[in-house]
Design a binder for this molecule. Structure first.
Ligand code: FAD
Length: 477
């Protein structure tokens, strides 16, 4: 018998539970559908489309060119394909975005009515959201203010059953002898027309092999120092696995067990911290599953009337890395040039947008969605709400990152700022994070002309901090 293996956010052959099951059952026809037609679906951003293009090519190569690619609504395409291929089973790994859940439920119903068996699996989470509930059967709302006593992660996940051990790839994949009904991957036209993406491939290689290389490199050379290096944006101290995880080129299970097997159940804080970061990813999915309005509505409704400002000029300055605040500009330029931004800097630029500029977190979420290679509905909306103070387990409203102090703490010699804001290169370390304080003689020597070679700050940090505290305090009351 022939069955359809429907690839979605699991673009890999190893540790793919649905693929294993489909291959155990017989011959398969591997299918991918670029779906922007299902109700409520959200079109991937520009950077994600670039990734998807390359990831589909990589998967197709792994499947010896057998991947059949379509564009449209799966609810129409799948039943048609099942008929064409005379298949009566379909396999997929579950997705957790609200619109995907609705789509899959509706499709499942249609298929069952037609006597077709859909089989679904968990291929992308360590613990599925429905598995982790409080004693009273309601969902956790707090990951942790204190890492060590984490309600969701420590009490919920780590007390639940061990995550599934990764599966070996199918011993043999046999393909159904059917015509290719699909289109060329290139005809999905996912690549940007601008040459914007040229910097992406310097750091990232989409596909299962690229993911495995990144993990091996991290384990061999950086995992042990993760705790001390993860907050330094000029270092590659983190794993950079996020886009690979988003597209399912590697499963969190593969990462979890690769780390555990290499380092044992060590007390090493770096290892524990790294695993708990995977826990944050799980928590984002968990929140999105239990609170499906997370991308659209404030988790805390108190903020529904919050007086966000409208200021197109300030928003553009932020987007283009021209705010006059070096660490913010460096982050926004890193994002634009590489499709990635260091986590510490994501928090700094986020706080600057929602607190100092008092612009809605939705503006930030949208820009990140378009520019991040790892853009992910769950992690992006949960993180933006956390930064804005509107989310679950949110940063308290009075925590407003001071970008100058953050820069001085995490980018002491200004290495990161100098990399992305080369016009500040010759400034002494003392002024690299606050160029507006540079004495004129030193500025002259460094070729720095405030407002000309580099913008003056778009807001006064002290005054905008006071304005934000005031607005947040009023909302709280
Ligand atoms: P590592 O430090 O190596 O962590 C390993 C993995 O853990 C990551 O790949 C990621 O899957 C997960 N992880 C780590 N930190 C977080 C976190 N805070 N929340 C959820 N998962 C986490 N991450 C995304 O994957 N997609 C997004 O769209 C996204 N948007 C963000 C927006 C803002 C405003 C902020 C503050 C954070 C956002 N993050 C997002 C979380 C985090 O910044 C990235 O996951 C991380 O920087 C990816 O780099 P890495 O793979 O080297 O991380």
């Amino acid at each position: 018998p022939v069955s359809i293996m429907w690839f979605r956010q699991d673009l890999r052959v190893k540790d793919n539970p649905a693929l294993n099951a489909a291959c155990d059952a017989g011959k398969i026809v591997p299918v991918y559908i670029y779906d922007t037609d299902s109700p409520q679906s959200r079109e991937p951003g520009g950077a994600s489309k670039w990734w998807l293009h390359h990831s589909l090519h990589a998967l197709n190569a792994r499947l010896n060119g057998h991947l059949q690619v379509f564009k449209g609504n799966p609810k129409e395409i799948i039943p048609r394909l099942l008929q064409r291929f005379k298949a009566n089973e379909i396999y997929w790994n579950r997705c957790y975005e609200p619109w995907q859940i609705n789509r899959d439920k509706a499709l499942k119903k249609t298929l069952l009515e037609a006597n077709i068996k859909p089989y679904s699996y968990n291929g992308s989470l360590l613990w599925e959201p429905m598995q982790i509930l409080k004693k009273d059967d309601t969902p956790y709302r707090v990951f942790t203010p204190y890492r060590v006593f984490t309600p969701y992660y420590r009490n919920g996940c780590l007390n639940a059953s061990e995550p599934r051990y990764p599966k070996a790839p199918p011993a043999r994949i046999t393909y159904g002898d059917v015509a290719n009904e699909g289109m060329k991957i290139d005809d999905l036209a996912l690549l940007p027309e601008l040459s914007w993406a040229s910097g992406f491939s310097e750091q990232f290689h989409p596909g299962e092999e690229g993911a495995a290389d990144k993990l091996a490199d991290f384990i061999d050379s950086r995992a042990r120092q993760y705790k001390s290096n993860r907050d330094i944006p000029s270092l590659e101290g983190t794993s950079r696995l996020s886009p690979h995880l988003h597209f399912g080129e590697i499963s969190p299970n593969q990462i979890w067990y690769a780390i555990k097997e290499r380092f044992g159940d060590s007390e090493d804080k770096s290892i524990e911290t790294y695993l708990s970061e995977l826990g944050w990813r799980e928590f984002s999915y968990y929140l999105l599953f239990h609170f499906p309005t997370l991308p659209k509505k404030n988790f805390n409704p108190k903020f529904d009337k919050f007086p966000w400002r409208k200021d197109t000029a300030a928003l553009h300055a932020w987007q283009k890395g021209q705010t006059g605040i070096p660490i913010v500009d460096a982050g926004m330029r890193e994002l634009w040039q590489t499709g990635y931004m260091h986590n510490r800097v994501r928090m700094i630029v986020g706080s600057f947008l929602v607190k100092n500029l008092l612009l809605s977190w939705h503006e930030g979420e949208r820009w990140f969605w378009d520019c991040l290679l790892d853009a992910d509905l769950a992690s992006n909306s949960a993180s933006w709400q956390w930064i804005a103070g509107t989310g679950a387990d949110a940063a308290p409203y009075f925590r407003i990152f001071n970008p100058v102090l953050q820069g001085e703490k995490f980018d002491k010699q200004g290495k990161y700022v100098r990399q992305y804001c080369p016009e500040l290169n010759a400034l002494p370390d003392k002024y690299i994070h606050k160029p507006w304080e540079t004495p004129p003689v030193i500025a002259k020597d460094a070729g720095f002309v405030p407002g000309e070679t580099y913008p003056n700050p778009v807001v006064d940090l002290k005054a905008s901090r006071a304005r934000a505290l005031d607005a947040f305090q009023q909302t709280k009351e």
